[in-house]
Design a protein around this ligand. Structure first.
Ligand SMILES: Cc1cc2nc3c(=O)[nH]c(=O)nc-3n(C[C@H](O)[C@H](O)[C@H](O)COP(=O)(O)OP(=O)(O)OC[C@H]3O[C@@H](n4cnc5c(N)ncnc54)[C@H](O)[C@@H]3O)c2cc1C
Length: 303
């Protein structure tokens, strides 16, 4: 059919907007601020720039939106604050996750590129990053403190643990400084006309990038459970912990439930349950699995 001649059926026309005023005056969960910002590492930051819900009924927190959407599936029920808390905790315990997706946070973050590479693996966020094709990278490079130059861990091939001796740590920091000197050459060559998109290849991954990162609460909790964990790289832990500090005052009940049922909880495998039940050693020949069980037993006070 020729679209130009299509006429709208009267029944398809939208009705007028019906505006419903809130029962109580709304409260801005960010207290009217433009942003909340926590400095991270030497030049980085995590800044909360917006969230949903931003306005909540007086006396409520952002957890209100979790409860509101959950009640679609559980019915109206009663609306006491204590029961809201019980509902949020029930949802978290039973991994009924979609109500937590109704809350969103938008952050502006500045972090070294090697941190950004780990962060971007979390695919459920919406991200818009600074373009080093379009703009010159600012002169900001991460240099850890001497104490933060870690020795390669023997138990964890992916990690570092105790600090290096001061002399070797200083050698490493001098190497980073040398890499930073490439910045002047980068600027010089872009001034001679080398395209920014190729010139940036000369910069080390300690250079800082920035992005806006928006994600719902369910997936932020997933991100935080992985990146606040001691197994995550120290530098990304710093950002994750700063982010969590900003969530807590806005969704305190959800955060408490997250800590109780996820962050500080423990998963037991079938073999582990069997070992507890029988009082026998874990039925595995895998040394790593056996070591993980020993760590869990210590936490449970069974060792
Ligand atoms: C300590 C640590 C070490 C790591 N080491 C490495 C490493 O050596 N090499 C490496 O490459 N990565 C590594 N990673 C990254 C890791 O493998 C994950 O890519 C990253 O943690 C993101 O996790 P995710 O996929 O669960 O998160 P998200 O991408 O945020 O996804 C959240 C959840 O959504 C679902 N989901 C999202 N997208 C899809 C999809 N396309 N298909 C199916 N389900 C989907 C999954 O259930 C997923 O758990 C490491 C991560 C950590 C924390």
């Amino acid at each position: 059919m020729n679209q130009a001649h299509a006429t709208e059926h009267p029944a398809a026309a939208p009705a007028a907007i019906r505006v419903v005023q809130p029962e109580a005056p709304p409260r801005d969960v960010m207290g009217g601020a433009a942003r909340w910002e926590i400095p991270c590492l030497d030049h980085g930051f995590v800044a909360l720039v917006d969230c949903m819900p931003r306005l909540v009924p007086e006396g409520k927190t952002g957890d209100f939106a979790v409860v509101q959407s959950a009640r679609v599936s559980y019915g109206q029920g009663t609306k006491q604050v204590s029961e809201d808390r019980g509902l949020v905790r029930y949802l978290m315990r039973h991994r009924h996750s979609t109500p937590f997706e109704m809350v969103e946070f938008k952050f502006h973050i500045a972090m070294p590129i090697f941190v950004a590479r780990q962060w971007i693996r979390h695919r459920t966020a919406n991200v818009n990053e600074y373009s080093a094709r379009y703009s010159i990278m600012p002169d900001r490079f991460y240099r850890p403190s001497v104490d933060a130059v870690r020795k390669q861990s023997k138990s964890n091939r992916q990690g570092g643990d105790e600090p290096m001796d001061a002399g070797t740590a200083e050698d490493f920091l001098r190497l980073l400084e040398k890499a930073e000197h490439l910045y002047q050459d980068y600027i010089g060559l872009t001034e001679k006309g080398v395209a920014r998109e190729i010139a940036r290849a000369a910069l080390p991954v300690s250079v800082y990038t920035e992005w806006y990162w928006k994600c719902d609460l369910h997936n932020i909790f997933h991100f935080l459970s992985l990146r606040m964990d001691p197994h995550a790289q120290l530098e990304i832990q710093v950002f994750a912990k700063a982010m969590y500090e900003m969530l807590k005052p806005i969704v305190p009940v959800s955060c408490e439930a997250f800590e109780d049922y996820r962050l500080e909880s423990m998963h037991l495998t079938r073999l582990e349950i069997e070992a507890v039940r029988s009082g026998k050693p874990l039925a595995t020949e895998n040394r790593r699995e056996a070591a993980e069980w020993e760590a869990k037993k210590a936490r449970l006070g069974l060792a």
